[in-house]
Design a protein around this ligand. Structure first.
Ligand code: MF3
Ligand code: CO
Length: 249
């Protein structure tokens, strides 16, 4: 599918979608405490999205059974919220998307439960900083590869690794549109970024090996070596100047 350029009106709708995602992500982040069960996050999303009149994009996507992905410790992405209670020291990635007036916004955060190790704290901060470096590289005239190059060079200099098998993506009327947005690779790779492109940039960073494996549930993606992983994601629009971050409160 060719890359879809969005109008200013469409980007304004996506900004509203993004505000709902960001606000509900904040509610989820405040709800994560030791003893709270993963599934309770799905219940909160159902209630908040219904109240706001937005649709949970993930629910039913290729059969995905929940409104939100909850990926704990060595889980990288696409964890299905289950019956496990959060425990002090957990590293919890929460990925959320909504559809509003036909347009999707997609965002993810990673938080620690209670006290976490300094190295886990550093993993989270490096992943968030990598996302912002990727966002700053998303300027008209650059190639898509500039984003991944900014992310990978920073993450590897910090001694962590970047997941290769899962990538960011264009976003619009569909959650996954062209182009793919890898978190690695050379800056001169891929299509040229143009004003009106909307991208979900989403670095997944592992403390150890970058390789992944999938659980028998066919969704949950984990690190092969059991090392911790973090994930941050924003939906952004390419403009004449600084990228516009759509998934902020
Ligand atoms: N942010 C994730 C992605 O872009 C959300 C998809 S999860 C799914 O792949 F469950 F909906 F597949
Ligand atoms: Co995404």
């Amino acid at each position: 599918m060719p890359i879809v350029i969005k109008t200013e009106d469409e980007i304004a709708i996506m900004r509203e979608a993004g505000r709902h995602v960001a606000e509900v992500l904040q509610i989820l982040a405040r709800s994560v405490r030791p003893g709270v069960v993963e599934k309770e996050l799905d219940e909160i999303v159902r209630r908040e999205f219904a109240r706001r009149g937005v649709v949970p994009t993930f629910l039913g996507y290729h059969g995905y059974p929940a409104t939100v992905c909850v990926s704990v410790n060595d889980e990288i992405v696409h964890g299905i919220p289950g019956d496990r209670p959060f425990q002090e020291g957990d590293v919890v990635s929460i990925d959320l998307g909504c559809t509003y007036k036909g347009f999707v916004a997609d965002s993810a955060i990673t938080i620690g439960v209670g006290r976490i190790t300094p190295e886990a704290e550093r993993l989270i901060r490096v992943t968030e900083e990598a996302l912002w470096r990727g966002i700053r590289a998303a300027r008209a005239g650059n190639r898509v590869g500039a984003i991944g190059h900014a992310i990978q060079s920073f993450v590897e200099a910090q001694g962590f690794s970047v997941v290769r098998e899962y990538v960011g993506h264009g976003v619009g009327r569909q959650m996954h549109e062209d182009p793919q947005v890898p978190n690695y690779g050379p800056p001169d790779w891929g299509p040229v970024l143009r004003v009106g492109m909307v991208l979900a940039i989403e670095p997944m960073v592992n403390m150890g090996d970058w390789r992944t494996k999938r659980d028998p549930d066919r969704w949950t993606v984990r690190t092969v070596d059991g090392s911790l992983s973090a994930h941050f994601e924003h939906t952004i629009a390419v403009t004449e100047g600084e990228p516009l971050v759509l998934t902020l409160p």
